[in-house]
Design a protein around this ligand. Structure first.
Ligand code: SAH
Length: 343
């Protein structure tokens, strides 16, 4: 069976042509899929026989809402979606003044092992298909009734550890006959998978690359982010410089502030030294406490921000949304898994 929603317009058209269909059928099918139809029978401008043929050979991915939580504080909505095979993933919808933003997942679980992150505790189960990544945008928009203008690949999973499917998703979501969300409205966040960053640089897309830096020196970073043992900090920074040279796009660095680990002035000074020569935006994230982790939020966020600014860097502190609904970093999936385990 073929996962038809993961196919590009060109692929669908070529495939239908082989079955003797005219070229415009491809666009009709593609358009229906990206409207979020749940069955081929809803594709009313296709003949019954073609619909039956599609049904025989393909399936349409349709996630169902396993849980939905709406923040009373700011309207943030968190979805726990159940996929075809029973696995669950999270999507968060945030309402900003510049538009509605979805934070989407790229894998079921994660194998990167960052010490502060809830998504990785139980490891990676599998990659998401392009259609499953797209469905999060599509069905969040349909269910909430809120038009989505921005996407951040900052949910569960490491997008560059699922490169091909994520790349395909970008093509799909950006398509004029689909959701038509511009690359400039998409951010991709990575913990530092250097070969993936290099590949992305070659593609020269207009999206925003976010690097989860969290420490500017190898020693500290190795204690909280195992990925840095494969690709060390200096390799990562070098790949960022290259990325900027190739694409001309400013890089955004995420920095979760952890008490006594990465929040000293010396660390701020070292960040400034390392990113010198490329326009960088440092996004300071107050650490979200994860039950299983001993790491605590820093009390020096404002001082650290000032220190970065004293070097001429742009540093902002991320506003916390959805604080009342487990809205961060794999916490809802983790909670649902724990509840299921104790049942
Ligand atoms: N794997 C990708 C994208 C998912 S994580 C990456 O690592 O970038 C999205 C962001 O949330 C990352 O910057 C991640 O480091 C951060 N994050 C994870 N757990 C966190 C926590 N407990 N508190 C604050 N930020 C966290």
């Amino acid at each position: 069976m073929t996962d038809i929603k993961s196919m590009t317009l060109e692929e669908i058209t070529a495939w239908l042509k082989e079955m003797g269909e005219p070229a415009f059928r491809g666009k009709q099918v593609f358009t229906w899929l990206h409207k979020g139809v749940k069955s081929f029978d809803e594709m009313t401008n296709l003949s019954k026989s073609l619909r039956a043929k599609l049904e025989e050979n393909c399936y349409i991915t349709v996630p169902t809402v396993a849980r939905k939580q709406v923040s009373q504080l700011d309207g943030t909505i968190k979805y726990l979606w159940e996929l075809r095979d029973g696995n669950c993933i999270e999507t968060v919808l945030m309402q900003y003044h510049h538009g509605n933003t979805v934070c989407i997942s790229s894998q079921v679980g994660c194998r990167m092992g960052c010490k502060f992150c809830a998504s990785t505790i139980a490891g990676k189960v599998r990659d998401l298909s392009a259609s499953e990544i797209l469905d999060q945008v599509l069905f969040t928009q349909l269910d909430s009734g809120l038009p989505i203008s921005n996407i951040v690949l900052m949910g569960i999973g490491e997008p560059l550890d699922n490169y091909d499917n994520v790349r395909r998703f970008l093509t799909l979501v950006n398509h004029a006959d689909g959701l038509n969300i511009g690359m400039r409205h998409i951010s991709l966040s990575t913990c530092g998978v250097v070969p993936g960053i290099r590949r992305l640089a070659e593609e020269d897309l207009q999206l925003t690359l976010s690097i989860s830096l969290h420490a500017p020196d190898q020693e500290t970073r190795a204690t909280i982010m195992p990925v840095t043992r494969a690709y060390d900090v200096d390799m990562l920074i070098e790949a960022c410089h290259e990325y900027f040279e190739k694409t001309g796009r400013r890089i955004s660095f995420e920095y979760a502030m952890i008490d006594g680990v990465n929040d000293s002035d010396e660390k701020a000074d070292l960040i400034a030294k390392k990113v010198k020569g490329m326009p960088a935006h440092i996004n300071l994230i107050p650490l979200n406490e994860v039950e299983e982790s001993p790491l605590k939020p820093s009390r020096r966020v404002a001082a650290f921000q000032k220190r970065l600014e004293s070097h001429g860097l742009t540093a902002t502190v991320r506003r916390k949304l959805g604080g009342d609904i487990d809205a961060s970093c794999g916490q809802l999936r983790r909670k649902a898994m724990k509840e299921a385990a104790t049942k």
